[in-house]
Design a protein around this ligand. Structure first.
Ligand code: CA2
Length: 151
């Protein structure tokens, strides 16, 4: 069966392509989804791509992923810098997690330079725009492929 990977997007990422193109680029979330699904197909993965502005909904999705998915790619948006609840859910999932950010959070405000999510992440990709989502899928395919070889 094709391994399923959840790609979870946090608050305000539904505004991509509409505002702040200088920071986040001109691609919409639908564009990112299409790119992500294309690369996933090429690597033998299936994607479940979601966005929510609600912290608890993201927590529920991470809990759901524990039984339904083989890995999680997450751009938690502003919750990256505040959410112990999402961190706890990611740690409880025991799944490989790749954290993605469109912008380079280390070149921005000081409060963006700390991520709770990173404590649960196998790897972090930031500052590469939409390409980061493609690279995250590639990294996840690599992690899952290696895991399959060891099993
Ligand atoms: O760089 C990223 O991907 C972020 O996760 C994006 C979050 C931000 O809070 C993080 O520090 C870094 C914000 C997403 C908001 O996206 C918008 C898109 C268009 C217009 C306004 C906000």
């Amino acid at each position: 069966m094709t391994p399923l990977v959840y790609v979870l997007n946090g608050p305000n990422l539904n505004l991509l392509g509409v505002r702040e193109p200088a920071i986040y680029g001109s691609e919409t979330l639908a564009d990112l989804r299409a790119r992500t699904e294309k690369v996933a197909g090429a690597h033998g993965l299936k994607i479940d791509f979601r966005q929510s502005n609600v912290e608890g909904e993201i927590v529920n999705w991470v809990q759901e992923a524990r039984t339904k998915a083989k890995g999680i790619i997450i751009n938690a948006g502003g919750y990256t810098h505040t959410s112990v609840a999402i961190l706890d859910a990611l740690q409880a999932s025991e799944l490989p997690v790749i954290e993605v950010h469109l912008s380079n959070i280390f070149r921005r405000d000081e409060f963006r330079q700390h991520s709770y999510i990173s404590l649960a992440a196998t790897g972090v990709i930031c500052g590469l725009g939409g390409k980061g989502y493609e690279l995250a899928v590639e990294a996840m395919a690599n992690i899952l492929g290696n895991a399959a070889k060891k099993a």
